[in-house]
Write a protein that binds this ligand. Sequence first.
Ligand SMILES: Cc1cc2nc3c(=O)[nH]c(=O)nc-3n(C[C@H](O)[C@H](O)[C@H](O)COP(=O)(O)O)c2cc1C
Length: 383
Amino acid sequence: MADLKVHFAGMELKNPLMLASATPGWDGQRLKEAGQAGFGAVISKSISPRDAWLEHPRNGRMVLYRVGNKPVGMINMELFTTQTKDEWFNKEFAIAKEGGAKICASILAMPDPEITAEIVEEVQETGLVDFFEMNVSCPMPSKGVGMHIGKNAKTLYEQIKAVKSVAKIPVMAKFTPGVSDIVEAANAAVEGGVDAIAISNTVRSFAGVDIETGRPILRSYGGYSGPAIKPITMALLAETARSVDIPISAVGGVSSWQDVVEYIMLGATTVQLATSVMWKGLGLVQEILDGLAAYMDEKGYKSIEDFRGKALPYITTVEELCQEPALKAEINQDLCTNCGRCHRACFYDGVKWDEDHTWIDQDNCDGCGLCAQWCPKEAITLK
Ligand SMILES: Cc1cc2nc3c(=O)[nH]c(=O)nc-3n(C[C@H](O)[C@H](O)[C@H](O)COP(=O)(O)O)c2cc1C
């Protein structure tokens, strides 16, 4: 039977799943329920020391982004926790703990690192929290907080250094996908002494325009989350995992056990969920855990470590791929239905089409593979 336990930043978690810092963790009761639903760890909404930031827009702040009718992502303009820090310290974390999961306090990094460190000290005095996540990544806040700290390797380092000088429990830094060089940021975080990195927060975005009225759908900028951001997260994760030897918690677009496996194969030790829990409810957690365990049993993986990072050695640079032999498309005529999609997708005149059949012009084929991607019958392969 697969063992889902993981060791992460000096802690043992019963499984790799974490509730990400978001609406489903806005108070202790919600965190408790998430713990009971099976998460290995639960992370609070980001706590900020400024009471002025306890508000968030209540005139609509979340919009599903759809392609056709299918939601592929979500834009939100939610700010931080709406509970005061005293409420968290005196009540909410104690309730959260009853859920049985490890408890993480998400702390919004403040412009002055000493203030961030002060709130970290205050939280750890409660004795109710197992680790910290430093939010240096939120896409909305005013200049000097959130992603504005995390985008700059120097300010990121200073924050981590200050927090690590007081923290007695593990500290994870949550990165922004808006960083210009994730490896530089990761190195700065490691130098500052961070125990783990979370990759990453939402992508700064705009919800769109109602073309009947000409009005914006949300009147400010938000963070983009959900399935659409997964390829962005995967690139940042792989790049980081190949460059630094530090535990990584992957977060962005996870909604199935297959997503979890993919992130672990790209080097993550733990995997966080936010949007998918908001869309599908807490029942999703057990569904993912069951799927993960069944997959591991089928593959003969006894622990998460057996396949963690498995994909990483095969990732290379585009420049190196240019040196490899060119491949050409081939069509299996038994499977081809002559639908013409591959022909329309080919701009090299490599896919020929007439009313009776489709064929490849080997001289023209440029080996891009788009025809194979579009084929609904998997009739085309690159060889
Ligand atoms: C409604 C909403 C609120 C969020 N609030 C926070 C927050 O307070 N602190 C934080 O670090 N991240 C916050 N996030 C970002 C998530 O933790 C996560 O990084 C992001 O949504 C990508 O994961 P997902 O695709 O699974 O949602 C929020 C996300 C959503 C959707």
